[in-house]
Design a protein around this ligand. Sequence first.
Ligand code: ZN
Length: 299
Amino acid sequence: MGCFFTNDVEHTSVNGCTFERIANEVETNTLPRLLDLYDQYNVRSTFFVLASLAEKHPNIVKQIHERGQEVASHGYTHDYRKAFDVLSLDEQITELKKSKDILEQIIGQQVVSFRAPALRVNEYTPLALESAGYQFDSSIAPQRMDAFMSLGSKKKRAWLNAPRCVYRTAIDNLARKGNSNIIEVPVSSFGVPYIGTVMRISPYLLDAFTRQILAWEVKGTEKPVNFLFHPSEAVAELPEESNALHRSDSMIGHLFSDIIRTKIKLKNLNDNALTLLEKELQFWSKRQQFMLIKDAQVK
Ligand SMILES: [Zn+2]
């Protein structure tokens, strides 16, 4: 079926350093190097760009487009209060159109693919996508088990039975097959998600295991590989910028849910992320063809 390398381009920080520093680093340092790396391995890649970042840093979007890669929408904001699983149909259409307009103005071409911030969607999202003129979605991660520890986990129960192939979605559920005009290209997982975070924190165990299982599964089937990376993961966040979030009021809670969690998430959050990503590219370039989300087809 093929291999999708997809990137969520945003300026959220793991460590609490300023959005502006992440945005500048992505624009001038990590994104250009990532694009070079993709060229080196002939990777066709899709970039889901947060439109509020694109507005302030249009050069990010221009670079992606000029290198022949796909510019797609990651919505307008990553604010959890505006997550797609809490928005009404009309609110979703507004957000989807707004982000599409901003990106299209920069590249002068249609944007047809979408990935929801934090992969949070609800029963209105397929219809909202259709109404706003999108054709592809990549917000569902079938059988991804860590979903139950993340925000919006109740809605993510739909991932348990979601198909692993490229499929046309139901009009009221992106995680089911149906007759909508939206084609889903699911994010790969095998219990463990196949994403940059796992690649960074457990490159030789969980990531290598998941990658090998997926390679067996993909071979000769219609099930694609879809790896998810964030260019911001290659920004070195310095220890002195540390500003661990306070998710818990108790000392013990703060230690586990904030300090340890942040420490783990910071592993290889710098140049090493690109070195590890290159290993993924070396593995897949020998096995599968790289594809853009907008070129995905239902078989
Ligand atoms: Zn995101």
